[in-house]
Design a protein around this ligand. Structure first.
Ligand code: MRU
Length: 405
């Protein structure tokens, strides 16, 4: 296994890691059509806002490479692509990255059709733009990691940070005293999975944790189990162990007790989460449980940071109350899947194997996401830098996204 990857892509071939089988199995499925991508996204074999956009748009690219469009005209090719994109958009409603990617790709093919009479030009323009979304995502995540780590170091240290490795304080006589590196190490908590498995690599919130670790500024990472789908215990724990990052798993219900601790590695400096959709005022939809963590962090005086690429920011949506929240099937709450069970005397790790963990007739309420109000968020870290609250109290994205404002 050469680095954790949700997606493996070469032109004409898309392999998607089946995340439902993790941590039991590390297996890729080939995705050849938009319909297969829709199914992989809907069933959460691939999940995480950036990865959803990448798989949906690349699956259509694969279709355009491998299927016969020799009789297509510019208009019929554009219609085909637009219809498939509209269909893919319905796979999961809350994450906005796919919607933003679709708007971009529709513009690209409209433009390509104006400058050429060849359907092949339209196809090529689409494929290149979809491939660029994949490439840009990694660059974006590395930048988020850097900006996030820098932001947290500034919050953590009351001292002047001089360079990447040196940190100094000034004595009363004006003398600069170098500080031990360990004085500035910090422990953080993250929720859900926002790492390499949710993106093209490195990750967003988990990317910041990776960067802190690489810079030797991470004392300890805590990850929540993230019920009901266990993206934290199945995926984030898997990534943290894979990367040898010092980490501890807790259940979602343990966060308050953890925040109340104030000693050694349990002294949490920040909660870092990802985003599925950030509204224009900064209200943020993310994995169910995020809002509760924000309230707890606020109560305990712990920084609450959202890490989100600008592709997760939705300037068309004024506030969180306008964000559509996805509801998931009842069995995702009342059963666990992918369980190791014995069938006819054989150990079976099939993702179809389900074990009841609740009374099966109980009514369930199963929203996949919640909305954290902007007031509870200290900073939103993007690939263009950090955004803090404006004078009116809301977040102001104008400086980093003037073209979309
Ligand atoms: O339901 P999921 O697993 O797709 O939810 C994922 C999240 O909530 C992530 O925090 C978000 O998509 C950001 S991933 C970089």
């Amino acid at each position: 296994m050469d680095g954790l990857q949700a997606v493996r892509y070469t032109r004409g071939r898309l392999l998607v890691l089946d995340q439902l089988r993790l941590p039991h199995e590390y297996e890729y499925d080939e995705v050849q059509t938009s319909e297969e991508a829709f199914d992989a996204i809907r069933s959460m074999r691939v999940r995480g806002a950036p990865a959803i956009a990448i798989v949906a748009t690349l699956a259509l690219a694969v279709e355009l490479v491998n299927q016969d469009f020799s009789s297509a005209t510019v208009v019929s090719q554009q219609d085909y692509i637009n219809q498939k994109l509209d269909y893919l958009k319905g796979s999961r409603p809350t994450a906005v990255d796919l919607t933003n990617a679709i708007s971009l790709l529709k513009q690209v093919i409209a433009h390509a059709g104006q400058s050429s009479n060849e359907a092949a030009t339209v196809r090529e323009a689409y494929i290149k733009a979809a491939e660029k979304i994949l490439q840009d995502d990694l660059t974006t995540n590395l930048a988020i990691g850097r900006y996030g780590a820098e932001y947290l170091r500034r919050q953590q240290s009351p001292f002047d940070i001089v360079d990447e490795v040196g940190c100094f304080t000034t004595s009363s006589s004006g003398e600069q005293i170098a500080l031990e590196k360990d004085d500035r190490k910090m422990s953080v908590l993250t929720h859900c999975n926002t790492g390499a498995l949710a993106t093209s690599g490195h990750g967003t919130a988990l990317g910041i944790i990776r960067t802190l670790h690489n810079m030797d500024y991470l004392e300890h990472a805590f990850c929540t189990e993230t019920r009901p789908y266990n993206q934290g215990s199945r995926l984030t724990a898997f990534e943290l162990v894979y990367e040898n990052i010092p980490a501890t798993l807790i259940t979602d219900s343990m966060a308050g007790a953890l925040f109340a601790q104030r000693k050694e590695e349990k002294n949490i400096s920040a909660v870092i989460v990802g985003a599925d959709r950030v509204a224009r005022n900064g209200d943020t939809a993310n994995k169910i449980g995020t809002y509760g963590l924000a309230v707890l962090a606020n109560y305990h005086g712990i920084k609450f940071i959202v890490a989100a690429p600008t592709t997760s920011i939705d300037l068309e949506t004024a506030s969180g109350k306008d964000i559509q929240i996805e509801f998931r099937a009842r069995h995702e709450l009342t059963q666990i899947s992918g369980a190791v069970v014995e069938v006819d005397g054989m150990v079976n790790t099939s993702k179809k194997a389900r074990v009841a963990i609740a009374e099966q007739k109980i009514d369930v309420w199963n929203p996949a996401f919640d909305v954290t109000p902007y007031r509870l968020i200290d900073a939103i870290i993007t690939e263009k830098g950090e955004v803090v609250r404006s004078k009116t109290g809301t977040f102001d994205f104008q400086a980093i996204m003037p073209e979309r404002w």
